[in-house]
Design a protein around this ligand. Structure first.
Ligand SMILES: [Zn+2]
Length: 112
């Protein structure tokens, strides 16, 4: 599916567009507690010289992306990470006040 506002390609079932924040007709917004879904949290950590965003399932890091905190925004690094995860079957579930993806989920049957 594609965002009707900005045209970003989104995984089926996405609840919102991570580029422009437009709500999408996703399935439902209840995150992970539903059985059959695994959930990952996207966290940004900014240090003095390096920053990184990590996607964690429970405490395991499943994807990571580094950025330069002087030149890049953690929000765009997070959205790049979200796009990478989307190509692996993850759907964005919730976002923060900047429209940046903070939680994604994937049905266990679609895991590789
Ligand atoms: Zn959009």
């Amino acid at each position: 599916m594609y965002c009707s506002k900005c045209g970003t390609e989104l995984p089926d079932g996405a609840n919102f567009c991570w580029q422009c924040g437009l709500p999408q007709r996703g399935q439902d917004s209840s995150p992970s507690s539903e059985s059959g879904y695994e959930c990952c949290i996207l966290e940004a950590e900014v240090g003095i010289v390096t920053g990184h965003v990590r996607a964690k399932v429970e405490n395991a890091v499943i994807a990571e992306r580094h950025f330069n905190p002087w030149t890049d925004r953690s929000t765009s690094a997070r959205n790049q990470l979200a796009a990478e995860l989307a190509s692996r079957g993850w759907q964005p579930v919730t976002h923060d006040e900047y429209g940046c993806v903070v939680m994604m989920r994937r049905h266990k049957s679609s895991a590789p």
